[in-house]
Every structure is written in C-alpha cells, then in structure tokens.
Design a protein around this ligand. Structure first.
Ligand SMILES: [Zn+2]
Length: 382
C-alpha cells in the first residue's frame, strides 16, 4: 500500500486576531494566502501527499485547537506560517522548532529553502535557526515533525518592499513546498500527460488554461484555476473550432500541438502580453500618465500591466478609445523605437495630421496597437 504523507498547514492568526502589521500589510491575510498556495502546490505537484489546514478563511481558531486538529488527524508534518514584527530595524527570515524537540529536520529544510527562494527576489537577512516554546509547536512536536516559519518582517521597510514585488509571495510559497518535499522525500507528480479533459486537475491543467487565455480564449468565471470543468471544455472547443480541429473539448495531442504553435506565433509577433520588462514598464507609465491626466478612473491598469495580468483586449480597447477621443498632436518627431509603427498607424488613417506626441504619445499608442496585431487588420488609407 502506498504511504500517504499527511501535511498540516497552519496559517497564523485570523479573525479578530490580525497578528502583526506594518507597511500596509496585515499578517493574518498574508499567512492565509501563503498557506492556501502551499496546499495547492503540494497537492498539484507532488504524489501521495494529503494536506489539511487549520483555517481556509479569515476565522479565529485557538492555538490549542490548531495543534489538536493536527494531532487528531495523525499528521506527519505541521508547519505554522507566520510573518514577523519588531523594531523597524529588524529584518529577514528565521525558522523555529520547539525548545524541547530533537527533530530539527523540517525546520532546517524549510529555513534553507525559504531563504534561497527569497534571495532570488532580493537581499534578505538570514536570522537563522531558532527554538521557542510556541504553543502550536508545544502541542504538536511529540506527535509529528513540526516547524514555525517567520518569512519576513512586516515592520521593516526593506522586507515590506520585497514583499510588494511580484513573485515574492510565490517564492515564499515554493520555499515552503520545497522544504516540506525535501524533509518528507515527496515525489514530483508525473507531468508528461498528452491528453487533458474534463475532470482533470493540477498543474498541467492550469498551464493549459493559461495558454488558452493567452491565445484569446475565455474562462470568464473561474480563470486558470487548475480544474478542467465545463468552462475549460468550452474554451477548448472554441479553440478547436477556430483552428479546424475536431471539436470535442478534449485537449489531446493535436489540440495541444496546435496550441503550442499558435503561442509561438504570438510570441514572435511580440504582442504585449509577452513584452519584455522595459516595454512593459513603458506601457505601465502610459497608463499612469492617463490616470494622472484624469482620463482613467483608477490606476489599476498600470499595476496590472506591471504584473502582466492586464488582458490584451482590455488594453487595446482603452487605448484605442483614447486615440479617437482627444489625443492631440504636437510638433515632435517620433522616437526611433516607435517610428515604424507610428508611420504605419498614420498610413492606416488612425490619426489626423502628421505629428505624434502628446501627454500619452500617439506613437506609443501605435506601437501597442501594432504589437497587438491590430494595425494589420486595417486597410491602408494613404
Ligand atoms: Zn504571527
């Protein structure tokens, strides 16, 4: 019989106990986000592992109850997820085991992999391996391997800035997952399936869904959630229809190959979903300019562009609308990086007059439209 490894994840605090706070962060929300992602990643990417959590929403659970839940379930591992607070100078990551425990493995593995993952994001202070008589460790350490993580200090500006960077939460999550996987010798799930269909779940399904979104298919209610349900089936069918494939809603070898082909083509055309970081920053600044000029109600577009989560269609719609509204020309010549697109846009009759630049520049808009493949769909007018 296969041995199932049982991992209990305990997101610290919750409900009327917010935990630490600083620089706009509240600990109970971060621990929950990280905890849920650890659970999902463990279950999707590793075999023979079962995960339970002390809480999956913003509710108050007593410390005593947290350890009892883990002990009664017969967990093999217990990981309590926390973020730190102290004076504003204190920073970095530290990991705990119980003062009386003689099983440091889980603590040590978590510490080194969390630190390594965080250091891919920026500078992080190593505060080292620690012991303490924390209640949740006291209640569990005699029954299973246990550890408590304090990933970063919410009260420290540099740590908080790191936490705000895209990718830091995911780095903390994967640091936890790698530490747990190493300590318990978890095996990676097999990831070479060539057919995905309704009922499937996991990292491959999520990848398929992300690819479908990139090529313009829609998953309006659930997004890329890693679960192949009716919505994903409909998106696969729509993709199959557009590309002359057998329309069965099953992502088999033909469909997956075609999807890869279409993606590669899109990447070559540099639609801005695949913009490099400096182009992405340029586009984000355009949205910020528009926001500051009072032409957009919120600044979320700039943030979404920076995170790479703004949908192509939405950006094109916003920008195209503004072109026709009131972007006025000035007498400057286009920058060389925009010249070709600007000339093409002019040729397509998108602008009156012959000068490009305004608060949000006309040649920048041309470039965005061009990269999104929109200019080539219009007939030449000059
Ligand atoms: Zn805490």
């Amino acid at each position: 019989m296969k041995k199932i490894t049982k991992i209990f994840i305990d997101p610290g605090h919750g409900g009327n106990d917010p935990g630490a706070n600083g620089n706009g962060f509240i600990e109970k929300h971060l621990t929950l986000e990280v905890g849920l992602k650890i659970r999902d990643m463990l279950q999707e990417e590793y075999e023979d592992v079962e995960v339970r959590m002390s809480r999956t929403n913003d509710s108050f659970i007593s410390l005593d109850r947290r350890s009892r839940m883990a002990v009664e379930w017969g967990a093999d591992g217990f990981v309590s997820v926390h973020f730190n607070a102290a004076s504003i100078e204190a920073s970095g990551t530290e990991t705990y085991m119980h003062s009386n425990s003689n099983l440091p493995g889980l603590r040590n593995n978590l510490h080194s992999s969390i630190l390594a993952a965080l250091r891919t994001q920026g500078t992080v202070n190593d505060r080292g391996l620690k012991r303490a008589n924390f209640a949740v460790l006291r209640g569990t350490y005699q029954s299973m391997r246990t550890a408590l993580t304090e990933s970063l200090f919410l009260t420290n500006q540099r740590d908080a800035a790191l936490l705000r960077l895209p990718g830091t939460i995911d780095a903390i999550v994967s640091g936890h997952v790698e530490g747990i996987a190493k300590e318990f010798n978890l095996k990676k799930a097999v990831v070479d399936r060539d057919t995905l269909q309704q009922g499937d779940q996991g990292v491959l399904v999520r990848q398929l869904q992300e690819d479908l979104l990139k090529v313009g298919e829609k998953l309006p209610n659930f997004g890329a959630d890693g679960i192949f349900g009716a919505e994903t089936t409909a998106a696969v069918r729509s993709f199959q229809q557009k590309h002359g494939l057998i329309v069965d809603g099953i992502a088999g070898p033909q469909t997956l190959t075609k999807l890869k082909e279409v993606l590669q083509k899109l990447e070559k055309e540099e639609i801005y979903l695949n913009l490099n970081s400096s182009n992405r920053e340029e586009l984000a600044q355009m949205f910020e300019t528009l926001y500051n000029a009072g032409k957009l109600d919120s600044n979320e577009h700039a943030q979404k562009v920076r995170l790479g989560t703004l949908e192509k269609d939405k950006a094109i719609f916003i920008l195209a609308k503004l072109i026709f509204e009131e972007v006025k020309p000035t007498s400057q010549v286009p920058q060389s990086s925009h010249k070709a697109s600007w000339e093409k846009a002019t040729r397509k009759g998108l602008f009156n007059g012959s000068n490009p630049r305004e608060s949000v520049s006309r040649e920048q808009l041309s470039t965005v439209l061009d990269r999104a493949g929109q200019l080539d769909t219009l007939p030449d007018k000059s």
